[in-house]
Ligand binder design. Structure first.
Ligand code: KIV
Length: 257
């Protein structure tokens, strides 16, 4: 594997200490992966957000390992020189053994690393996956796979106690060997504290500007899923509307001939 695809804790900690910012976008298929690689994105995430923006589910909890394998393989065909991180979907990493089995399926499909949601309790799962030489990324804050218990997407880390708990979770993930951590919907002052406490990079989504990198769902950035806009994203394109316009023009050309 080429050096730039290796997501080791040493390489990502060096990236952090050099002050480089890390730009991460989601990709779920061949053309998007190829376009994002051509645009210079640092890492690609095959997020289980594909459950909503590609498969039409209300949340990520219906996404299966087979779905993730299918989309990871398509992304790997499209992007050859960008690290690809794939999400372990809901209920596919309940035990460390199951986590290893699922992570192997994703790497066999072309992922260079996997991501899982959770804090301290996920340390054994991370250690087990790393024992197979598969790099792991953590994900704390708002955990979309827990949306049914949570009831809503709410900002985390607003109280001192919650901030302390998140810092402990982040340090536990780092100690277990994670090469980076997604901070989702965490109060900016808390994500700044977490970022300062870690050697590995934090990648924020809706968590303020202090993180070492930022990740967005590409459909939110490009306006490709125009029925829902997270408050913290300013779309930089309106591809959904452009598709509607092109289709309307096609329909009227056909209807008028
Ligand atoms: O599934 C996903 O796209 C993610 C990002 C929101 C970080 O996990």
């Amino acid at each position: 594997m080429s050096q730039n695809l290796l997501l080791s804790t040493d390489s990502t900690a060096a990236l952090k200490s050099s002050g480089s910012r890390i730009a991460v976008l989601t990709a779920y298929d061949y053309p998007m992966a190829r376009l994002l690689e051509e645009a210079g994105v640092d890492w690609l995430l095959v997020g289980d957000s594909l459950g909503m923006v590609v498969l039409g589910y209300p949340d990520t909890t219906s996404v299966t390992l087979a779905d993730m394998v299918h989309h990871t393989a398509a992304v790997a065909r499209g992007a050859k020189n960008v690290p690809i991180i794939s999400d372990l979907p809901f209920r596919t990493y309940d035990t460390p053994e199951q986590a290893v089995h699922s992570a192997l399926k994703l790497t066999q499909a072309g992922a260079h690393a996997v991501k899982l949601e959770g804090g301290v309790s996920k340390s054994p799962h991370i250690e087990a996956i790393l024992s197979q030489k598969i790099p792991v990324m953590g994900h704390i804050g708002m955990l979309p796979q827990h949306i049914r218990e949570e009831g809503a997407y709410r900002i985390k880390g607003r109280t001192d106690a919650d901030a302390e708990r998140l810092i402990e979770d982040a340090l536990a993930l780092q100690n277990a060997g994670a090469f980076g951590i997604v901070l989702e919907l965490i109060a900016p002052e808390t994500s700044a504290k977490i970022t300062a406490a870690l050697k590995i990079p934090t990648i924020g989504i809706g968590s303020g500007p202090s993180c070492d990198g930022q990740v967005l769902v590409t459909h939110d950035l490009t306006g490709a899923f125009p029925w829902f806009h997270p408050k913290f994203v300013t779309p930089l394109a309106s591809t959904g509307e452009q598709i509607r316009e092109a289709a309307r023009a096609f329909v009227s050309r056909i209807h008028c001939t």
